[in-house]
Design a protein around this ligand. Sequence first.
Ligand SMILES: [Mn+2]
Length: 319
Amino acid sequence: MINNGISIENAAQMLLGADNILILCHKNPDGDTLGSAAALMYALKSRNKICAVLCQDKIPEKYDFLGIDVYENQFVPEFIVSVDVADQKLFGDDVMVYGENVDLCIDHHPSNTGYAKAVCCDGTLPAAAQLMYSVVAAMDVEIDRTIANCLYTGLMTDTGCFKFSSTTAETHIVAAELLRCGAEHNFISERFFMSRSKKTIELEKYALNTMEYYFDGRCAVIVLPKDVLEKVNAQPSDIDGISAIPRSIEGVDVGITIRQINDNTFKISVRTTECANASEIAQGLGGGGHTRAAGCEVICSLEGAKNAILREVETALCR
Ligand SMILES: [Mn+2]
């Protein structure tokens, strides 16, 4: 449990009182961690702060329009803020030297471990970007089109185009406000939801052909082996949407996607309907996340990974 929680106003004051600020994202970055980080970067710059964004992994090209300044030792960090990062493990080994000294964490994961000196976390929000909208406003920064596009990207990607159950009336109010500030919603949705790479389609073909059902069809499992990913030359951004496929099938309450990272390391993504808790399933194997979307990483054989997650799924479906 987090015992170093602070308010949005306090988070804004901490940021305004700091300079030479390093903004940290989680590894395998998504639209929420990058959009929130970019929005904070522009907000800080507008208040004449020196800052830059650091992520262990290369930022995928489709996020180029965010215009993120990547940290390349151009200053010595005096203040470190993480966005959308629930657990220190999610920084990745390469940036752990900073990840171990986070001054402020801005997040929306109920599973946040409280690793930072101060934590501004609202686990009821569907996206860190929704919280960042309030933080930026509390910093007395005017939300221009650039910041609006960054926040809208986070909001839209983490809510699956405002479709996930975590979306609330307040989410739509924030989205509407971002449109008023000039957010280019059609450009962003085209980019993230209305086009898929040919590599993604290749992976989907493989995934659908090899998908397996368990527990009377209530669980569907997709496996993406390393050799297939290599053959397609898939980038992380090509894999993003695939984990939504098994859960989208009629009658399936738990969708599992198992991706092979190396010989004996597997990344498992869990998606559920209201009939099961994804976070609980992932926590059973040392992971975490949200009620409907969560994940974990296991080190064992493929059969071992599959059996382990299916045991957790069975327990969850019996609850
Ligand atoms: Mn997020």
